[in-house]
Design a protein around this ligand. Structure first.
Ligand code: BGN
Length: 353
């Protein structure tokens, strides 16, 4: 039997030992990283030391006799961390194909020595940005292979000269991608953003839409504002349907991402984000596109999101599909999405405040 006194002694000794351990940890690892170690935060990354995204990639492709027997591990063992990204030359499609020999028609890939645990569709809205698309494909294919995903890339091309409509193209991309496979995760990806760290996983959060591009170089690697949801995001098909997809009525630059962020909240969900240290992206430098002028209606539209989001989205999506084509590196969806209305429609009607 222990006496009350020995109990007390033991308590104080344990307290002293744990304090000593804590001080030692702070001393050896620095206060910030010790806190992260203890409370499970994300590690710091050293972006001055980067690796080629193709490093040893071919070594992880087994020979044809290997039989896949099990699921890939939850965390891929072949990630390299910070990646070397340069925009000095635009790679040719041929070069990208040669470096990605196991990508099949339509831009599909499945890990060859294990069963991919996650099924991810990457959807890229596009018009007149061929060189950006090639640069993105050059980095994205090996990036996704390192993550051991079962994936495919869909490029949604807006035909004609009407004003660009990013959110409507994303709606079309989702509708089309879901014809091809039972995706766990839809990645909505701007064509000019290249991820800088392959630990930024292109998989969805089970509960909430996830913003992946939380730290872009053009915003000095931080969020431009708290509710920002532009660039690259990940939603499950269920989350996407719950928010009625994206608005179809934002023609030109700006506001549609803010509308998406609002509809996420209005439908009772919230936004989760990749930590800033991991969600880093480089933007391919370019001038403002012609045909994507600032949307001057966006302020009014955003004031009406609460009223309109249930009627403007996947349940009101209309377009003419011009082609579905499987190219070696991606599935190309070309659509005529109509033109911006000359006068505001019911959904975007001006209101006097
Ligand atoms: C915001 C735009 C976003 C854009 C970011 C970053 C608007 C609506 C104003 C109420 N939002 O200002 O669409 O992604 O800048 O460039 O313009």
């Amino acid at each position: 039997m222990f006496s009350a006194r020995t109990d007390k002694q033991c308590f104080f000794m344990c307290l002293a030992a744990s304090q000593l351990l804590f001080i030692l940890l702070l001393y050896r690892r620095g206060a910030a990283s010790a806190f992260r170690g203890i409370f499970g935060g994300s590690p710091e990354w050293d972006y001055s030391k980067t690796q080629d995204v193709y490093t040893n990639l071919s070594l992880f492709i087994p020979d044809h006799r290997t039989v896949r027997a099990q699921y890939c591990p939850v965390s891929s063992p072949i990630l390299v961390g910070p990646l070397t990204i340069t925009f000095t030359e635009t790679p040719s499609l041929k070069k990208i194909q040669l470096k990605n020999r196991y990508v099949t028609s339509g831009g599909y890939f499945s890990p060859r020595h294990c069963f991919g645990r996650y099924r991810t569709a990457v959807i890229i809205p596009h018009r007149n940005r061929e060189s950006h698309l090639r640069t993105l494909l050059y980095y994205l294919h090996p990036f996704l292979q390192r993550q051991q995903l079962h994936y495919a890339i869909f490029v949604v091309h807006q035909a004609g000269n009407a004003t660009f409509n990013r959110a409507k193209l994303l709606n079309i991309g989702v509708r089309e991608a879901l014809r091809y496979d039972d995706w766990d995760c839809l990645i909505l990806h701007d064509v000019d953003l290249v991820p800088e760290n392959d630990h930024n996983l292109y998989i969805c959060d089970e509960y909430y839409p996830k913003h992946l591009s939380s730290a872009m170089d053009k915003f000095q690697y931080s969020l431009p504002y708290w509710a920002y949801f532009g660039g690259v995001s990940a939603v499950t098909p269920d989350q996407f349907m719950k928010i009625n997809g994206f608005p179809n009525t934002y023609w030109g630059w700006g506001g549609e991402d803010d509308d998406i962020a609002m509809r996420i909240r209005l439908s009772g969900l919230s936004i989760t984000r990749t930590p800033l240290s991991l969600g880093r992206y480089k933007m391919i430098p370019h001038d403002r596109d012609s045909g994507n002028e600032e949307n001057s209606h966006r302020y009014t539209q955003l004031r009406n999101t609460r009223k309109n989001w249930r009627d403007d989205g996947m349940n009101s999506l209309e377009f003419h599909l011009l082609s579905r084509e499987k190219t070696p590196l991606y599935t190309n969806i070309t659509a005529d999405i109509g033109d911006a209305p000359a006068t505001p429609t019911e959904a975007t009607k001006w209101r006097i405040f």
